[in-house]
Write a protein that binds this ligand. Sequence first.
Ligand code: NDP
Ligand code: OXD
Length: 313
Amino acid sequence: MSILLALKGMDIPAWVAGLKEALPDHPIVLADEDYDPAAIDYAVVWQPDDALFRPLSNLKVIFSAGAGVDHILRHPALPDVPIVRAVDTELSQRMTHYILSQVFFHHRKMFEVQAAQARGEWIMLDQPSASRIRVGIMGLGVLGTDAAEKLKLHGYDVAGWSRTEKQIDGIRTYSGEDGLDALLGWSDILVCLLPSTPATADILNYDLFSKLPQTGVLGGPVLINVGRGALQKEEDIIRALDDGTLMAASLDVFKVEPLPQDSPLWGHPRIVITPHVAADSDPAAFSRSIGTQVRKFESGKPLDNQVDKTVGY
Ligand code: NDP
Ligand code: OXD
C-alpha cells in the first residue's frame, strides 16, 4: 500500500511529513529514489515525468497535488485509473484572497496612485462604490463559487459563467456560448478561473476582450487570469492594453512558466504579474484530504473530486 510522491518544484519534506501523519501505515517513497514500482498503489503528483507511470503496474489512484489536472491529463502514458484533484478550504481561501486583492487594487486605481507617488504628487481619485462595479467570473467551480460569494459580501455586483447551469444565491449565472457573451457584455472586471482543456485554450483573446464594456465606472475593462496560461493569448493582451480595449490586467499564470525574461508582459505599465502563486497547495491540508480519500477507497467507498476525463477537468 505504498504512496509514490512525484512533486516537481514542491516542498517534499512538508509533503512527506503531512502524509506520514495522515497515513502512518502507508510507506512513502520518492520518485527520485530506488523503489519497487509494483508496490506502488497511489501516486501523488505535480507535473509527472513522461516515464513515471508506465512501470506502476498496480497503481490504483492518482492524486493531483493541485486543483488543476492539465499537468496529468497531457501525460503521454496515462494509466486508466481514477484521478482525484485537490479540493481544500485553505486553497479556496488563498485563491479568494488573491482575487480580492486584485479587485481591490484595480477598484482603488492603484496604478494611478503608484504613478502619482512616483511623481511626488498628492492626488484625490474618484472612489466608485463597489456595488457599481460588475465582476464577471469565468468558471463557477469550487474556486469560482467561493470567490463569487466573497466578492458579493464585499459589495460587488457579481456574475459567473460555467459549462453547465448553476444557481448561486445573489449571483447572476450564465452558461453556454450565449451565456458567455452575456457575461462579457456586462463585466467591468473579468476574472478567469477556468481549467485548461481543449475547449478553453486561447479563450482569452482580442475578440473576447472586445466584448467587454467600455462604459463602466472604472474607465475600462480589467482582466484577472488565475486559471492557466494556456487560456490566454499574450500578444492579444498587450494589443488590447495598448489600444484601450483593456484598461489593466493582473496575470498569475502564463503560457510558459517561469515567464521568460524577454516577455513584453514584464515591463508593461498596466499589468500586475505574479509568479503562479495565487493559491499554493498546502501540504498538510492536502495530505489530510488524501488520507481521508485513501481510507474511503480502501473501505470500498467512492472517491470524491474525481476528474471527468471526457471534459478534461
Ligand atoms: P472546478 O473543476 O471546480 O471548476 C471549473 C469551472 O470551470 C466549472 O464551473 C466548470 O463548469 C467551468 N468550465 C470548465 N470548462 C468550461 C467551458 N468549456 N465553458 C464554460 N465553463 C467551463 O475547478 P476549480 O474551481 O477547483 O479550479 C479552477 C482552475 O483554477 C483549475 O483548473 C486551475 O487551472 C486553476 N488554479 C490556479 C491556481 C493558481 O495558483 N493560479 C491554483 C488553483 C487552481 P461546470 O461547473 O459546468 O462544470
Ligand atoms: C493548482 C495550481 O492547480 O497551483 O492548484 O495551479
